[in-house]
Write a protein that binds this ligand. Structure first.
Ligand code: FMN
Length: 335
């Protein structure tokens, strides 16, 4: 079976799940344009996930994917958290925040899986790890197609062994968080990673990272990818949930303006370099998800005050090729 049949799409393109960006309008517009629309549900509760799925389904009958963050257990002491909070204080002060609330996030991964089954979602994709055997069995019994994320050949092999039906090979160029989950972090360019993954696994491979135009997409397909996953290219779309100033930063970004940082969430991610990232370069940073919880209120306040220098502006290495327009118009540029 081809990936097009597997995912029920017309074009070999997956609209990347992007937590915080992929509004119901954005996902439905992608599906209606003939590509796979994906909800980035990583930061949502189970009930919020259900609500977004229903909102997408009101707008399209096409199959869609829901992307989940596989939870990790990390230990962090009170002192570590306090130090990381103190390191953020000068930034809080710049925004007039003497102190701020820290909502401690809690993963509802198992309940989200239940929601996917109950709502009849066709496809589930995962990042930061792989679902365990019990979850895979349950999802497969429910008829879902499963997609894993790999940043190394080893992770791709683990994804195949875990029962994934396809795997995203995420090159170091990719915007947002690294999907890495096994061993030391590696930053392998897509050009190098993709052919190796294609060689190492039997399941279809989806190429992601820095694909900003049709030429780059065709190159990935020639290297053996059965589809591409594009994120940054769609960030500034009309239907995207990205803040207006974030979209502006994306549209005005020059080549070479993205960097990898842990400053916002405690997990390595690629975004447009700004003052927040620079100031936090040598600072104490709590592990994910705690750093994300610590910086949440700061980023929300920065967005409210219209100060992109303190916001997370996730974007990939091909950010300078991003354009505005509707989702459909942007996707048509790849066809
Ligand atoms: C703003 C943003 C948010 C992202 N959020 C997620 C996410 O929630 N889940 C996920 O699997 N990948 C996420 N990604 C990574 C994408 O799935 C994909 O790997 C990446 O966008 C591909 O590289 P590109 O941005 O250069 O196209 C995100 C990427 C961006 C730019």
């Amino acid at each position: 079976m081809t990936v097009l049949e597997l995912l029920g799409i017309k074009h070999p393109i997956i609209q990347a799940p992007m937590a915080g960006v992929t509004t119901p309008e954005f996902v439905a517009a992608s599906a209606e344009a003939g590509v796979l629309g994906s909800i980035g549900a990583g930061y949502l509760s189970a009930e919020q996930t259900r609500d977004v799925i229903r909102q997408v389904k009101m707008r399209t009958d096409r199959p869609i994917a829901v992307n989940l963050f596989v939870p990790e257990t990390v230990e962090v002491g009170e002192t570590g958290l306090q130090e990381a909070y103190e390191a953020l204080r000068p930034i809080g002060e710049k925004l007039g925040m003497a102190s701020w609330e820290i909502p401690m996030s809690k993963s509802e991964f198992d309940a989200q899986i239940q929601v996917l089954l109950e709502e009849g979602v066709a496809i589930a994709s995962f990042t930061f790890g792989l679902p365990d055997d019990a979850a895979v069995r349950k999802l497969k019994e429910g008829g879902l197609v499963l997609i894993g994320t790999a940043t190394t050949v080893e992770e791709a092999i683990l994804a195949e062994r875990a029962g994934m039906d396809a795997v995203v090979a995420q090159g170091k160029e990719a915007g947002g968080h690294r999907g890495s989950f096994d061993g030391e972090l590696q930053f392998i360019p897509l050009d190098e990673l993709l052919p190796e993954v294609v060689e190492a696994v039997q399941i279809p491979v989806i190429a992601a990272g820095g694909i900003g135009n049709k030429g780059q997409m065709d190159r990935a397909l020639r290297q053996g990818a059965q589809a591409v996953q594009i994120g940054t290219a769609l960030l500034a779309a009309e239907e995207s949930g990205a803040h207006l100033l974030y979209k502006e930063a994306v549209l005005n970004a020059e080549e070479g303006s993205t960097v990898l940082t842990k400053a916002f969430t405690g997990k390595t991610a690629r975004g447009i370099r700004n003052e927040f990232i620079e100031r936090m370069e040598d600072a104490v940073i709590a592990p994910y998800p705690y750093q994300n919880d610590l910086t949440k209120a700061i980023r929300a306040e920065a967005a409210k005050q219209g100060k992109p220098e303190w916001m997370s502006l996730w974007a990939g290495e091909s950010v300078e090729t991003s354009t505005d327009g509707t989702v459909r118009e942007i996707i048509e540029r790849f066809l």
